[in-house]
Design a protein around this ligand. Sequence first.
Ligand SMILES: Cc1cc2nc3c(=O)[nH]c(=O)nc-3n(C[C@H](O)[C@H](O)[C@H](O)COP(=O)(O)OP(=O)(O)OC[C@H]3O[C@@H](n4cnc5c(N)ncnc54)[C@H](O)[C@@H]3O)c2cc1C
Length: 384
Amino acid sequence: MTATGPLRTGDPRTEQLVDHYRDLAAPRWEQVADKDFAAQWQAMADLGVLRLAEPSDETPGPVTRALATIEGIGLAGVDPGLCYALASQLFGMQFPLRAALSPDAWRAVADVQDGGVLLCHALTERKGGSDPLSMATRARREGGGWVLDGAKTFITAAPVADRAIIFARTAEGRSPFALSAFLFPLDLPGVSRGETFDKTALPTVPMGELLFDGVRLPAGALIGEEGSGLAVMASTTAWERSVILGYALGPMHRTLARTVDWACGREHFGRPMGASHQVAARVSDMALALHRSRVQLYAMAARLDAGTPARQLAAEAALTKISVSEDYVRLTEHATALSGVRAFLTDSELTADLAGPMAALTYAGPNDLLRVGIARQLGLPVEN
Ligand SMILES: Cc1cc2nc3c(=O)[nH]c(=O)nc-3n(C[C@H](O)[C@H](O)[C@H](O)COP(=O)(O)OP(=O)(O)OC[C@H]3O[C@@H](n4cnc5c(N)ncnc54)[C@H](O)[C@@H]3O)c2cc1C
């Protein structure tokens, strides 16, 4: 990892945390690398990866600590799919739930930090990915609670999750108050698992469908108020867009390091490949992508640690998500070009994973749509 040394110049306490989790995770990962997703998840949870630090005035704060933890396990070589899934639960679910729920309600679900209970975030439907207000899943009031019908598709961890945050229509039309958010266990009568999906990107993380047929939810399953679903979604997605791509930092460091080693060792035209200025420029561009991503992600974590409500960070969160995901793709493209044929061999040290970074252009809000939203906030008369 020496190649990325010059890029590790952040706050020393944060850098120490990154190293601590790298060193903790590396031997544990060796023991579980060939185990199933649940065993790997539990192994990382046992290291404390999902445990949220209490909010305090201490630095680094809880979000920065969590980001450093995720970067550290990625640096240790933990599978990027697992890092993605852990980051998704931490940043897109645990932190926003802790902020949104009463202290008692949070305590009731805080066992998710121990790893034995998995969460999923179920928004997407087959007919409406980018457009939440087109959703067909409905919840209607009945007997003091709710009855839920519909389906959520392409949901990370759905085949193995124990609880879900679900968004459903509680009023007709495209009003901003037409949706509500619910949190409930997935062993309730009427819940079933539908299709599962094999992915080319992050293939180790299960993805699937959840079906709801007259599921009776208690009144307490509602997150916030009836009609506040879009507001809850604004919070979970702003959290996610701010820091989820922290999971990419470890793989980016590792890809850069192995590309530098390769460029130093490979001989071309009677000299090391790395003596070519064009090769050097690509390596520098990789470093630039990683540096830019790191600075932005830790800046977002610091804003969240400072107590800025995630919804107020929507524009910066979108900019960060676009920038880091596109830098992750760009860095991987440079590495692929410099690796030659070995990038395309399945059992090479230089095998390229292009699909994983490319998927980041789509999840947590497709970049094209995020760009539209940013332009709208700048004053352009543009709608999705
Ligand atoms: C790895 C991965 C994990 C995921 N995990 C989850 C999860 O846990 N929970 C969940 O709810 N969902 C999840 N998703 C689904 C994801 O949120 C959706 O894929 C995303 O919202 C886009 O929806 P869609 O795929 O239906 O694309 P579509 O809505 O069909 O859009 C396709 C593309 O069309 C373009 N486009 C469409 N409309 C516009 C417009 N108005 N302006 C500009 N461009 C436009 C964009 O380029 C967009 O990417 C995951 C996806 C991936 C890839």
